[in-house]
Design a protein around this ligand. Structure first.
Ligand SMILES: NC(=O)c1ccc[n+]([C@@H]2O[C@H](COP(=O)([O-])OP(=O)(O)OC[C@H]3O[C@@H](n4cnc5c(N)ncnc54)[C@H](OP(=O)(O)O)[C@@H]3O)[C@@H](O)[C@H]2O)c1
Length: 373
């Protein structure tokens, strides 16, 4: 515990600060009354794992590592999530768009019914799909997500992307079909207003965005009543997004890193569906391999720890119980200044997720990736 305390205090982020032994406690993630100053770091002890948590700008806390769930079939996902909960993950990331909320709901419901888990011990994140990106869509799709997940609220509801497409009755799975989506106009401010209404109605404890760029977040900040609590974006060794991360820190918005390991399965997943992608394997980078060897850790652990030391929450996906465990075991070693310098130098602005599977999305006026950040 003391070693953990030290490593927590060393986390290199203005979002994280010193905590006292009495504050290292099992926290209820939806408890707004957690005593302490703003953005303090807590840990939750699960299965002997000590998982830190960060404070969101709404006062709630969020575990410092999450479990990614996309691109798995239902049966495999139920098995994997069961292992992930056993390993100690309590922050689960999903999306209506992944069409996997039902198996996730089944597993959570089973754990809760069997008395192995309380709802308030889980930090559950889901997202408004691009075909719901209009005020009426927010209520409609959040309601569907809550039913799918078999819960009364989510801990964080994100707008999946700033671009909207026309609503569809039969949702083609984005991974299976290339998606015959038709572009729609999207007023992100009116969508955000309805996100606020849903939060005020208690259906989401916090709200945020994903795949938004700086100017889109600025527009929200200037016009909102409730500030976004979180931005979820692609971050890995080759796409570090420093400017956007700094902008979020300045505005007290927590950043979550999706594809933190460089989304290793994307190439094979897309190939099976007829799309040839030529993506570099981030974890095979010699610099990362060298640093991993130096610390007797794996390349994945180094990259996840790099996020932690930048004050970013990674949400790695794995269906392998050993790798799940390994990805959680990142809180008791520390990258030094030289490691950080070398890892920072890998940033090459290589983006894997352009969302071109969502029809002709790049032509949308709100398509976020034209600017540098
Ligand atoms: N907001 C968005 O638009 C958005 C977009 C993409 C993803 N996401 C979210 O982010 C999550 C994570 O992203 P991702 O799934 O794209 O990519 P990722 O987490 O970077 O990579 C997952 C891949 O890495 C492998 N892996 C996991 N742990 C490993 C380890 N310790 N060593 C070596 N390989 C390891 C996994 O294989 P095994 O399963 O075999 O271990 C899997 O192939 C998603 O599941 C989803 O929840 C959000």
């Amino acid at each position: 515990m003391f070693r953990l305390f030290l490593s927590c205090c060393n986390l290199n982020s203005s979002l994280l600060c010193r905590t006292t032994a009495s504050e290292i406690c099992k926290v209820n993630y939806s408890d707004r009354a957690v005593k302490s100053s703003k953005n303090i770091l807590y840990t939750q002890t699960i299965q002997k794992m000590h998982i830190p948590a960060l404070r969101l700008n709404n006062g709630n806390v969020i575990p410092a590592i999450g479990y990614g769930t996309s691109r798995e079939n239902d049966e495999a996902l139920e098995k994997a999530l069961d292992s992930a909960l056993k390993a100690g993950y309590r922050h689960i990331d999903t999306a209506h768009f992944y069409m996997n909320e039902k198996p996730i709901g089944n597993v959570l419901n089973r754990w809760i019914t069997e008395g192995k888990l309380k709802r308030e011990e889980i930090f559950l994140v889901t997202k408004l799909p691009p075909f719901g990106n209009r005020p009426a869509g927010v209520k409609k799709y959040l309601k569907q997500s809550l039913e799918n997940l078999q819960v009364e609220y989510v801990d964080l509801y994100l707008i999946h992307g700033p671009f909207g497409v026309k609503d569809v009755e039969e949702v083609p799975h984005p991974g299976i079909s290339s998606g015959n989506f038709e572009l729609d106009t999207t007023d992100i401010l009116s969508v955000w207003k309805e996100m606020e209404n849903q939060m005020n109605a208690g259906l989401a404890k916090a709200i945020g965005v994903s795949n938004f760029n700086k100017s889109q977040i600025e527009r929200l900040l200037k016009n909102c009543t409730i500030k976004p609590s979180c931005l979820q974006i692609e971050i890995h060794g080759y796409l570090q997004q420093n400017e956007l991360v700094d902008f979020c820190k300045t505005n007290n918005i927590i950043v979550t890193a999706f594809s933190p390991l460089g989304s290793r399965s994307m190439t094979s997943f897309s190939a099976k569906r007829g799309t040839k992608l030529d993506l570099p394997d981030v974890l095979s980078d010699p610099t990362i391999q060298k640093i991993a060897k130096k610390h007797s850790k794996t390349e994945a652990q180094v990259m996840l720890r790099f996020d932690i030391q930048r004050g970013i929450i990674p949400i790695p996906k794995s269906s392998n119980p050993e790798r799940m465990q390994q990805n959680l075991d990142i809180f008791e070693f520390e990258l030094d200044e030289q490691d950080l310098k070398e890892l920072k130098s890998l940033d090459a602005g290589i983006r894997f997720f352009h969302f071109r599977n969502v029809g002709c999305i790049a032509e949308h006026p709100e398509y976020p990736f034209e600017n540098k950040f």
